[in-house]
Design a protein around this ligand. Sequence first.
Ligand SMILES: [Cu+2]
Length: 372
Amino acid sequence: MKSNRIMPFLFVGAVFVVIGVLVGLTARVFPTQGSAEAVSVDSLFNFMLAIAVVVFLIVEGGIIYSIIRFRRRPGDETDGAPIHGNTALEITWTAIPAVIVVVLSILSYQVFVGTQTATDDMLVIKVRGQQFQWSFQYPMPPDPDPAVTEELRAKIQTYMVNADLWVPIGRRVKAEITSQDVLHAFYVPEFRVKQDAIPGRVTETYFTPTQALDAWVLCAELCGVNHAGMSQINKVFVRDQAEYDQFINDLYAKAKSLANDPRAPEVGKELIAQKYPCGTCHVINELGTKGNVGPALNGIGSRAEGHAANGEGLFGGTDAAAYIRGSIVKPNGYLVAGYSGGLMPQNYGDPNVMPEDDLEAIVNYLLTLKDQ
Ligand SMILES: [Cu+2]
């Protein structure tokens, strides 16, 4: 090509590159960089975007230039020149992408290994995905109280659960993720982490919060009717170490008192508020939950008495408690009029999913919800 032909082509390309770089630098398309890992993830993304922008602009610039430069002139009825393969060109457009792909693979691997590794002092939080909310289990603080036996500690640990994700600034967190039912994906855009939650398996992801912030834990896997609602349930609170410790100590104090009487109604209320996702499908006024996949549970204590009298949906007894227990562990045994089966989780009869104490505490709490 003669230089007077290639110059306009380069000029159009250069103009587009300048515009693209300006837009790229000024547009704030990403959420806050809330973790140390976010910085390396973002720089990798920016590098990939820069390559994509250059390729895009060269191609689009070439098209626009050619449309103008080689347009049909008035009166020109001839065919275009018959052009066949160009070996040099084909080698070039194969070699350049190959190099780009190899470079990106190496960089991606480096970022992955750099961000997704264990450290000695990391904080391990167990994340459980459920239709349709997350719950988080925290490690217990030490307790010098001699009355707290190993057995009691194990019990208290089961109550170290909260619906919000609290993490301290500056410490690497390992999230051990699993699912109680279907595929979910643990996703916190501010930390730049997204990891599948798979039933029967524990997956993990790591992040190191760098600044105080409030955010949401989202679900990035279509997981059922109320999947979208899952992204406005669980908050993230990144706080300094002192505030995090305060949260853990309060949680521990509460867990310890719940462990005293594991089947008490207050335990059931707390479990529904923090651990189990009942409120994402059921309205419970007392807890302020708004789920509308299933019937409202207000007044369920009174309605259960009517069902017990009719012998409907009972499990492990003949009283109102047996109706509520049956609704939870054998949900398809009796369907509430107007609702279809299969929506209510089917595995609450499994003590690994819902220990018996938890089940009885929840039954006892729901029994207290009487008609006003
Ligand atoms: Cu989900």
